[in-house]
Design a protein around this ligand. Structure first.
Ligand code: XIL
Length: 406
């Protein structure tokens, strides 16, 4: 019989203390993520027997998603993509940073691989994006000393870049996000849309450098130039302005005012050979929402404001992570949370269907939660095992879903 000496007991106590310390040092979120004893290990797999999203919406609008070139060799992913989507946006591969990292060099190999994949699978391609303050190429706008180029230099670079890039992809893309995210965060309702622009964008700064204010020139002029260069290079492509927080009343107003003004200007521009055609044809709603703050009435208000501006509307980057910007979620969703998220997807698609004649497409920004740029909030229709979430069923039949889950 073992006698429990005080010394041995002290060692046991220390051991238990050490185990408990390690256990509580792991965050509750990480504990929740650990595989539970008895929980089956699921190999992710796509279920192709589910109704196709694109087929469900074939009489309403195109349904898109994102791809990266490295994913194009994945046969199962490709089969799933063809099943659910008829449009693709390159998640990163067609951004200036990757297409032309230094002046004079154009690197099209990755984007071309993605485009060949799309062609082989009968999927249309949306070009994303030509002019943006982020993931851009410094040579376009900024000197070696870090200072903005002059207006004339930046304009020449923009023309060179757009002529090369939109020229290369001419006939291969159906549309372009010509300018992305030009408006600042948290402005008020502007009297002039130009006041609400992101003044620290390297494009704005360069165009401001040498602008003749007496002629009404300003940093804002880069936007019109970008659309005109793209139209002249690829007249077949539909041209988009794309932005996020488009549901904020000031931003939807600024976006609409910009489209109205630049479209009016284009009407009398000597370079315009199609007087009945708009320059900015589509306002893209990125639709990067949060479950905590998404207001479907504000989505509808943005859609109706854009229609009033005379343009078409596109939902370009839809995802709805659980939580909010300041309170992000970090575990897989509970059933209740999944349901709340799904109801929002159902409400959104109900609105999209209602305005379908004006809506050009709805594109999601990610295929499965684990692959999302905002994976933490499990924002998409398919979970990390690629199984359909409640949100998928909500999208497939929004009215039925809301009736069953009021
Ligand atoms: C994101 C990609 O999803 C990420 O992989 C990348 O690291 C950063 O950019 N608005 C846009 C998209 O227009 O290009 C962004 O994509 C998401 C926000």
């Amino acid at each position: 019989m073992d006698i429990f000496y005080p010394k041995k007991r002290r060692i046991m106590q220390l051991l238990i203390l050490a185990v408990l310390t390690v256990f509580f040092a792991i965050t509750p979120a990480a504990q929740a993520d650990m595989v539970q004893v008895g929980e089956p290990i699921v190999t992710p797999g796509w279920d192709l027997s589910l109704p196709s999203i694109a087929e469900t919406y074939k009489d309403y609008f195109m349904i898109g998603n994102v791809m990266s070139t490295y994913q194009t060799t994945d046969g199962e992913l490709t089969a799933m993509y063809k099943h659910h989507y008829n449009l693709v946006t390159a998640e990163n591969d067609m951004k200036p940073q990757y297409l032309s990292p230094v002046k004079g060099l154009y690197y099209f190999i990755n984007a071309d691989t993605l485009i060949r994949w799309a062609e082989a699978n009968n999927i249309k391609v949306h070009g994303h994006t030509l002019v943006w303050h982020s993931q851009s190429a410094a040579w376009l706008t900024t000197g070696a000393d870090g200072n903005p180029l002059t207006r004339a230099e930046a304009r020449a670079n923009m023309e060179e870049y757009i002529t090369n890039v939109a020229g290369h992809f001419r006939g291969k893309v159906i549309s372009w996000d010509v300018v992305n995210e030009a408006f600042a965060d948290g402005s008020g309702l502007p009297a002039d849309w130009k006041d609400a622009l992101r003044k620290d964008s390297p494009w704005y700064l360069a165009y401001e450098n040498g602008a003749d204010q007496s002629k009404g020139e300003s940093g804002a002029d880069y936007i019109y130039d970008a659309f005109v260069f793209t139209r002249l290079t690829d007249p077949e492509a539909t041209l988009f302005y794309n932005d996020y927080n488009e549901t904020d009343s000031w931003k939807r107003e600024a976006m609409a005012m910009m489209a109205e003004e630049l479209n009016a200007k284009w009407k009398t521009d000597k370079r315009n050979t199609q007087p009945d055609r708009l320059l900015i044809e589509v306002l893209g709603m990125q639709a990067h929402y949060w479950t905590a703050s998404l207001n479907v009435y504000a989505v509808e208000a943005a859609i109706t404001r854009f229609i009033k501006a005379g343009v078409k509307v596109a939902v370009t980057e839809l995802d709805i992570p659980y939580g909010s910007w300041t309170n992000q979620h970090s575990t897989p969703l509970t059933e209740e949370e999944e349901l709340l998220q799904a109801r929002l997807y159902a409400q959104l698609f109900k609105v999209y269907k209602q305005y379908a004649p004006h809506i050009e497409r709805v594109s999601f920004w990610g295929k499965a939660d684990s692959q999302s740029w905002r994976a933490k909030g499990s924002p998409l229709l398919f979970d990390r095992t690629f199984a359909a979430k409640q949100a998928y069923y909500a999208v497939i039949d929004p009215e039925g879903f809301l009736r069953a889950n009021p």
